[in-house]
Write a protein that binds this ligand. Sequence first.
Ligand SMILES: C[S@@+](CC[C@H](N)C(=O)[O-])C[C@H]1O[C@@H](n2cnc3c(N)ncnc32)[C@H](O)[C@@H]1O
Length: 246
Amino acid sequence: MMSKDNELKPIEMMKSEDIHRRRINLTRTLPRQNAYTLALDGEFSSVAFNEERAPLNKGKWRESVFEKKSDALMDLEIGTGNGTFFAYQAGKHPERLLVGMELKYKPLIQSIRRAVKQGSKNTAICRYHAFNVDLLFEKAELNDIYIHFPDPWVAPRKPKNRTVNAELLKVMYDLQRPGSKIYFKTDSREYYDWSLEQIPMTPYKLEASTTDLHQSEWAASNFLTAFEKIFMRQNIPINMMILSKE
Ligand SMILES: C[S@@+](CC[C@H](N)C(=O)[O-])C[C@H]1O[C@@H](n2cnc3c(N)ncnc32)[C@H](O)[C@@H]1O
């Protein structure tokens, strides 16, 4: 069960700072379980957390989930998809911890399975909505945040649903430690331009930006995610920005 502090309030009781909240269904109440929901609460339950168990780790991910000290570096990837970056990053940086966040069961399990199978001990994943990220982490609990190809909400056009928005960025800023970064990539120029306009409304510094990542100085060090490969095959230029908290 969720602790009282982390419980989602009814919409009419929400304060203005809570209004970004999104509700998602509970795995426990699904009419039918499948191999992925069973794996979430079974085989992978020590490193994969459903929407009720995940917030119980708030403020203690390092110590409780990873058995590490409070100064360990711990990053978050929002929307892991099938987890190719998730596993790559975990393998490349065994000295850092990586928490994934994913709404859908299949990619969630694919991600954690990929990481566990390669022997990574530094990953955990949770089924959660990005807009509720502050119910999962305390202020200054996170280091870097990766947001790769989030749903652009251009058709239908619903900018309020975009993850890289000023309100949520301000929330994420508080959750990060000084010196941390947000890495954001999108195939959608519309989303990218819209997000660029959001940055001055937040405390973040725009450290780097490009509308053609694969032709830029960052191309050599860039990891191609599963969606990025699809966009690449379609010759769609990739937009990227790095935000920093000083
Ligand atoms: C377009 S895919 C990109 C996946 C991966 N990052 C990549 O680059 O291949 C977006 C992913 O974000 C997940 N997602 C969408 N909205 C989300 C939200 N609000 N919170 C967490 N994950 C979300 C989707 O389920 C999907 O797996």
